[in-house]
Design a protein. Structure first.
Length: 469
């Protein structure tokens, strides 16, 4: 059985990872620079040896060719006691003189040697041959004389690995010092790098004012936004809880008082129907409030992805407006408000029940906050970009400018006394907003106090949902 959390390894310390990364970079840099320096040095040294051999060979050739008698044995006088090796090769590859051998007759034919072949062909030749057993490299320079013979000069040098072996203790010591210094510097640098981040994390309330590095600005902005969002959500939750408690307490208190009068027999017989009507009215108000709260909770769950939204299907808006107008006609007559609908046939992708609830709540608000003799008009039609719109207009009391940004908040009422008197719960427009968001729609509100209000819901082409408020 896999232990809990096996798929989530414990987080590592950033300072430790940074320190290790810097140490590895330093170690790589030391090794790379040592190897690169050795290769560059060896290459430069080899080129210098070749140039010196060429210069000396040409000087010896001038002296040898200017002599009255060109005796190969006279070449021994040019480099007495020198570690350099001077060789004279005939045109057929036979060795005529070699400073390292007294008897040239037992030496191999040099015609196949690379530097000899190059000299015979082009006048001069270079080559380098390595001796793995001795750890040395031999540099050769060959020059063709006017007689056709080839004069060759050779010098033995230490190979790259042999040179490394000689300075290995120094390299190891220097490398250890460099690595130790790198470790100390990495620790200091890491601490200085991490300390500002730690201080930033200790002051989340002002995190955007204490960002030490430019690369952390998006992170700080995200943290600050998330913090503000959580604080706002918490404030909204407390406010919502307080509002629900208050909204439920008022009708419950009223129901409890009337019920107590009926229970104790203190109510007069002629008042019993009145008290019963008040109890029934307050109970109906509580039922509507609880129903709206449950609907909001369900809409919240759909937006958060906790609940599955209903399947969308084509909805013909003009037919929907006709059905809503038919349903709300009685309410409009009771308020002495004229209700009518008009619009062109247009179809959107959505939930018919939700869209019916949206238009019903807008229509109910338009009737509720109107005046006797007023009118409400429901409209729909195609919008730009292949979308559609639903619009509810009234010539009622209007909404003050400073309240227009808040009318879609839960339990916010422009006129609290009118809302309660007409049975409003304060959640209708909040439900409208949630339904619009689930359908990817945008709400436009235009209102003037004393003139009326127009609320337009614009649906996108195809009805693509954007579940963000």
């Amino acid at each position: 059985m896999r232990p809990e959390g096996a798929d989530n390894p414990a987080p590592q310390r950033m300072s430790r990872r940074l320190r290790r990364a810097l140490e590895l970079i330093s170690l790589f840099a030391v090794v790379f620079m040592a190897a690169a320096a050795a290769l560059l040095f060896q290459g430069a040294f080899g080129q210098q040896v070749d140039r010196d051999l060429e210069r000396m060979t040409r000087a010896i050739a001038v002296g040898y060719e200017s002599a009255a008698v060109q005796d190969p044995e006279s070449l021994a006088d040019y480099l007495p006691g020198s570690p350099l090796r001077l060789t004279l090769i005939d045109t057929d590859g036979t060795v005529l003189f070699d400073s390292d051998h007294r008897d040239e007759s037992d030496m191999d034919n040099h015609l196949t040697r690379p530097e000899i072949a190059q000299a015979l062909e082009s006048g001069q030749g270079h080559s380098v041959r390595e001796s793995p057993t001795l750890g040395q490299e031999t540099h050769y320079y060959a020059l063709r004389l006017e007689s056709g013979q080839v004069l060759r000069l050779a010098e033995d040098t230490n190979s790259l690995w042999s040179s490394y072996n000689q300075v290995l203790p120094l390299l190891v010591g220097g490398g250890l010092v460099a690595i130790l210094a790198s470790a100390v510097l990495a620790a200091v640098f890491t601490r200085r790098l991490v300390e500002p981040i730690t201080r930033m994390a200790e002051h989340l309330e002002t995190i955007e004012d204490n960002v030490p590095y430019e690369e952390l600005i998006p992170l700080a902005h995200t943290i600050q936004s998330d913090r503000s969002l959580r604080e706002n959500n918490e404030a909204m939750r407390r406010e919502f809880t307080a509002n629900v408690s208050h909204e439920l307490k008022t009708p419950l208190t009223s129901i409890s008082g009337f019920a107590e009068l009926l229970e104790t027999g203190m109510a007069k017989p002629e008042d019993v129907p009145v008290f019963g009507k008040r109890i029934h009215s307050e109970a109906g108000r509580m039922i509507r409030l609880v129903s709206d709260i449950l609907e909001l909770s369900q809409l919240d769950g759909m937006q958060a992805g906790a609940d599955q939204p209903p399947a969308f299907a084509p909805v013909e808006l003009s037919t929907l407006l006709r059905d809503v107008a038919s349903t709300m006609t009685m309410n409009a007559k009771k308020a002495y408000v004229t209700l009518r609908y008009e619009g062109d046939p247009v179809t959107v992708q959505g939930s018919r029940d939700m869209l019916t609830e949206l238009v019903t709540n807008l229509c109910d608000n338009a009737i509720r906050y109107n005046r006797p003799g007023g009118q409400v008009v429901l409209r729909c039609g195609p919008a730009g970009g292949g979308g559609a719109y639903v619009q509810v207009e009234d010539n009622g009391i209007g909404i003050p400018q400073d309240a227009q940004d808040r009318v879609f908040e839960r339990f916010f009422r422009v006129d609290k006394s009118r809302s309660k008197a007409t049975g409003g719960t304060g959640l209708g427009l909040a439900i409208v907003k949630h339904i619009a968001v689930l359908h990817g729609a945008r709400i436009e509100l235009h209102s003037t106090v004393g003139t009326g209000t127009t609320i337009r819901v614009n649906f996108p082409a195809g009805g693509t949902a954007d579940k963000t408020l």
